[in-house]
Design a protein around this ligand. Structure first.
Ligand SMILES: [Zn+2]
Ligand SMILES: [Zn+2]
Length: 124
């Protein structure tokens, strides 16, 4: 299938203490791959966060490249480390999980600025 898509995901210099992109599970049952935030070309997707303060990790279905989310443990806000590139995007095969996933709007900067779908529309 799209096995080749993940071949370039080699992280050369991340120390073991840091979150390793190769250890991340796909957030949805579809083809795609994680990229570092700087390499992400889109605007929003699934995102992996790790609190720079207490190191707590979480995945959000409503991560945005330019917006921070707050840590549930210590409230420190940070940008996503990695964002998900969905390979099947052109097939209009949007993952349903995205809309069902719980979202901590109170800790989402995009929600506060009304840039987050979850924050402006309910019940979809
Ligand atoms: Zn924290
Ligand atoms: Zn949000």
């Amino acid at each position: 299938m799209y096995e080749g898509a993940s071949c370039s995901l080699q992280v050369a210099f991340h120390a073991a203490a840091k979150l390793n992109i190769e250890d991340l599970d796909p957030p949805v049952e579809s083809y795609g791959y994680w990229v570092e935030r700087a390499d992400y070309q889109g605007r929003k997707s699934f995102g992996v966060f790790q609190c720079p303060n207490c190191k707590k990790r979480w995945i959000s279905a409503h991560a945005q490249k330019l917006y921070r989310q707050g840590c549930q443990r210590c409230e420190t806000e940070s940008l996503p480390l990695f964002l998900w590139v969905n390979v099947e995007k052109q097939q209009r095969d949007r993952p349903q999980d995205e809309d069902k996933a719980p979202h901590d709007s109170a800790r989402c900067e995009a929600c506060r600025k009304r840039k987050c779908k979850k924050g402006s529309i309910s019940g979809i």
